[in-house]
Design a protein around this ligand. Structure first.
Ligand code: NAP
Ligand code: 3JN
Length: 346
């Protein structure tokens, strides 16, 4: 008989795009559950969701929802996390938070298991999941950082509309049909639902993800800059980012320029990437083999290709990094952390 301990788990935001993937992963990976509580806003309370042959009923998330809960996975937005996580922690739950609410809190570890799983031992009830664009970049760069050191990163992202939620996916599909039918689509959601100016996403590229900050960078760009330093544990890495929304449904792609602290051999770089946990190297220009968002969709790994020495700086590399933003970028990273908490590692 297995002596695996079982856990009372809650998923906050269970009816959302990220929550749906978390539930699928908990079921597929046979997570050691004693009980599973599905939480949402009052809007979805009462909804039935199938889970491993049972029908679970969604409940409204309130401060009392966390009595007896041991692990709580939050993906219902930063306001919900700020309002409910303190109650969940008070009830003794370890909270894995997919939002920006606690990421830069010095008391809260910001964790990508392939990079800094050692940090979870210092948690005080909250472990933060980084932003999707940051996760895939640091997972790929970690083995290069460890071997050669990294002094500078310049990243441009090509981000899928699913990162902006289900309504943004619908908007992109609707606009695409309207353009193909010869119409003039009205933008409604993107780039930022709460701002007055909207732009067409179909057949377009929008260089704005989230709101502009006083320094001219967007919030998404600042998340990448600050989170990368915190996860790598190295404030000396210079990072700059330009984040762009493109009309792809799932899978964020990134063009990354990385300056190393030491000389490197390109063969060794490829060997390190090929061996890196959670990373798949797809790099064979002769066969036109490189990562594609459409192929990465639905997969847990981070895919890396177009690996080449920079022509303007022999100590720098250029890479193309692709991953499913809802999986490694959110749900899978969170479930991985939950597994590290729940399952004794070999
Ligand atoms: P979504 O599809 O819009 O789902 C939102 C979820 O939050 C739904 O389950 C919704 O429940 C629930 N919710 C909303 N207001 C609530 C409230 N007041 N109390 C309790 N639950 C509430 O959004 P999503 O794409 O899954 O993303 C959800 C959040 O995850 C985002 O806001 C973001 O913070 C985080 N996220 C992080 C990453 C990342 O980069 N790591 C990527 C994507 C998302 P109802 O069905 O009742 O509305
Ligand atoms: O736009 C994207 O592609 C990624 C969006 C992430 C996001 C959207 C709303 C709120 C986040 C995030 O995880 O950084 C948040 C949040 O911080 O809570």
């Amino acid at each position: 008989m297995s002596d695996q301990r079982l856990f009372n788990v809650a998923v906050v935001g269970a009816t959302g795009a990220v929550g749906e993937q978390i539930l699928r992963l908990l079921a597929e990976r046979d997570f050691p559950l004693k009980s599973l509580k599905l939480l949402s806003s009052a809007r979805s309370a009462g909804t039935k969701i199938p889970f491993k042959g049972q029908e679970l009923t969604v409940e409204e998330a309130t401060p009392d929802s966390f009595k007896g809960v041991e692990i709580a996975l939050f993906s219902a937005g930063g306001d919900v996390s700020r309002a409910l996580i303190p109650h969940a922690v008070e009830h003794g739950a370890v909270c894995i938070d997919n939002t920006n609410a606690y990421r830069m809190d010095p008391e809260t570890p910001l964790v990508v298991p392939e990079v800094n799983i050692d940090k979870i031992s210092g948690h005080k009830g909250i472990i933060a999941n980084p932003n999707c664009s940051t996760i895939q970049m640091v997972a790929a760069l970690k083995p290069l950082y460890d071997r050669f050191g990294i002094s500078r990163i310049i990243v441009s992202t090509y981000q899928a509309v699913s990162g902006a939620g289900a309504k943004a996916i619908q908007e992109m599909l609707r606009q695409s049909r309207e353009v193909l039918d010869g119409g003039d689509p009205k933008p409604d959601i993107l780039p930022v639902g709460s701002l007055p100016v909207k732009h067409q996403i179909a057949f377009n590229a929008i260089p704005q993800i989230d709101k502009f900050q006083d320094n001219g960078f967007t919030l998404e760009e600042m998340k990448m800059i600050k989170e990368t330093k915190k996860i790598m544990g190295d404030d000396s890495i210079e990072v700059t980012a330009t984040c762009v929304r493109i009309p792809v449904v799932y899978g964020h792609s990134e063009s990354v320029y990385v300056e190393m602290k030491q000389d490197f051999d390109i063969g060794e770089v490829k060997a390190l990437l090929a061996d890196a946990p959670g990373v798949t190297l797809m790099d064979d220009p002769e066969r036109q083999l490189y990562p594609l968002a459409a192929a990465a969709a639905g997969k847990n790994d981070v895919f890396v290709g177009r690996v080449r020495r920079d022509l303007s700086n022999p100590r720098a590399l250029n890479l193309w990094i692709v991953s499913d933003n809802l999986l490694k970028g959110a749900a899978w990273n969170a479930v991985q952390i939950a597994e590290y908490i729940a399952i004794p590692q070999a």
